[in-house]
Design a protein around this ligand. Structure first.
Ligand SMILES: [Zn+2]
Length: 114
């Protein structure tokens, strides 16, 4: 089963927007009201899907990390997570782009005639 265990927040209001929580998601901003522990296979499938699912969260997270270092981290820890990319997703996405870029330029350099 994909969802092994669900751990619901003890808070009665959304950590992101302070809206009263009813159900699994915040009715105002859409952030999940629970944390769930997934199996490794489910996490791996999520990672693959999330890396190639590209949205504005990536650029907002990068812009915030460059302009105001620490703000994204503080807000993420405070529970305001819906507008930022998950740190692990960000790390793996940036690492993948970096290594693809290095591979691409190394490949081009090898193709040049001597
Ligand atoms: Zn909310």
């Amino acid at each position: 089963m994909a969802f092994k265990e669900k751990v619901f927040h003890k808070e009665e209001n959304c950590l992101n927007c302070n809206y009263p929580l009813i159900g699994k998601y915040c009715g105002n901003c859409g952030q999940k009201a629970f944390l769930h522990k997934d199996s490794f296979g489910h996490m791996a499938l999520h990672f693959i899907g999330d890396y190639f699912h590209y949205d504005s969260k990536f650029w907002l997270t990068i812009k915030t990390l460059i302009r105001k270092p620490g703000l994204a981290t503080i807000e993420f820890i405070q529970g305001k997570r819906v507008k930022y990319l998950n740190p692990i997703q960000l790390y793996i996405f940036v690492t993948t782009v970096f290594f693809l870029t290095v591979y691409f330029f190394t490949y081009i350099k090898q193709e040049e005639p001597k």
